[in-house]
Design a binder for this molecule. Sequence first.
Ligand code: F6R
Length: 608
Amino acid sequence: MCGIFAITSNRRQDIGQILVEGAEKLTYRGYDTVGVATVHKGRILLRKDKGRIEEVAAKLGLAEMPGHKGIAQLRWATFGAPSKVNAQPHFDCDKDIAGAHNGNIVNYLPLRELYTSEGHIIRSMNDGEICVHAVERYYDKIGDMVEAIRKGCGDLRGDYAFAIMHKDDDKVYAVKMGSSLFAGIGEGETCVSSDLPSILPVTRNILNVHDGEMLILSPESIEIRQISDNSVVERSPYISDADIRVAQKGGYPHFMLKEIHEQASSARSLFNAVREPYITNFEQALIDAERIFFVGCGSSYHATSVASYYFNDLAGLSAIPVVGGQFISQFGQTIRKGDVVVCVSQSGETKDIIDVVHHCKERNSRILSIVNVLGSTLTYLSDIYLPLGCGFEISVPATKTYTSQVILFAYIAARIGIKQGVLSKDMGETLLDELQTQLPDLLEQTIATTTVKARSLAPYLDQFPHFYVLGYGLTHGVALEGALKIKEVCYIVADGMYSSEFKHGPLSIVKEGYPIVFTVAPNDAEHLVNHLSEVECRGARIILTAEDNSLLKRYVAEEDYLAVPSSSHYLSPIIQAVPLQLLAYHLAVFKKIDPDYPRNISKTLTVR
Ligand code: F6R
């Protein structure tokens, strides 16, 4: 949620331009409000409003704002409605300091009361403004920004990162306390951002930032200090080889479609990203575990759901998939040494997951993780993490990262299965080979063969305010994921369910023409016949994704059969997610919704 980008430069006097470019690359983090503050001739200029970056930038001339340093912020609203006054950055009382944050200040209300009673003029209902007044509170007494920020952080509770600047120096100051922050050191300019895509156009010289640290950015260098004791931290930057073109649409109308198409290549790059000895150590930790929990939110949770079937079938290990936000109240009390908690997160910043990690670390259980964004909080907190190597996923709905998570789980389960003698060497190695060498082509073929039908179904599905997506066994998680994509980008209530549960109530909703989408893995086709018959005889319109199967064909019209290429049973949950992603994408486009930025959603949710 929310994105900040700040820069100080001795090369530019037209800082608005690069601030807008940086902010545009963070659009996926929030698009409720946008603001830019710059320092020009000893004054802070501030322009902000409700709306997306391209609208607000055009309306307020953000790119034309002069200055040598500045801060841009995109907001995903939590504290305070999306409005001009609640937009960030914020001024302090006398407008000589401006700052913006990402995250949550949980003691916002008591601090607001306290600061107001001390005479502070607090203009908004947004917790980001509290960060600015917290610093001002001490700056006005001490006259030193570093000390004021350190003391100000002592007032603030929560998980956050902020950037702040004073009108009278050439510096930008930034703090990381639980939310993501990256820094870049360019030629005559330095910058910080909530994510790498906005830094890479400035420089590839990247400095990782850890929680509890403050950065003092000058145009020539960045100094890192520990907020707790003001000690200087020595850390060298590294050269990022992240592909900046990935943050462009590359000819596709939307990032979502581009990222759906990138699934074949990210399936290939996964196996370059995952290295020894980490993968073997990861597997051994699972083999040695007393209990295994898989924890994720949203799409990442759905990947863990599929993974638990893989672990049961292939590895002979039982793993409990749990929704991140539920974990502590459901299992927290019994967590102990010997338990292994596998956290799955694209961003590596999801607050519900980070809370689980802290809880479990205190109880000495091991934390393994599967994560896409390197340098994210989860990578630092994990005993072992495996990277997905998907590159940037810009579109808010997860697609390629979900697929790579499932592939990695299948791969690990098969390797453990071979090691533990659960799978025969032949069967295990065949599956590993399919995952590594055949799957990318199968994903490409699936896109090619299902796109037209998925697009053609959009006008029909658009007539229904709700429908179901049903899966069974391995494809239950796929059904949940397909339904989530439809809800998220089409604003339709799509319910993902276990198909055998449908008769226990929801069946009553079925009438002539009611759409029900099924996802069927090859070995379950025979079993699914009952579930298909139950809805077919009541007039449901069955839309189905499965490989070509004469049994299933009896229940589905040709135009509603999204046939995927033949593969092994265990590849089917990976492949079958694709037609459902395409269905959601084309339905969103038909409904004239921008699937990259569905309303009210942020890609990185750093609030509980
Ligand atoms: C849905 C989606 C979200 C995320 C969820 C977890 O398309 O993208 O449901 O999967 O917010 O995010 P990460 O994986 O970053 O922890």
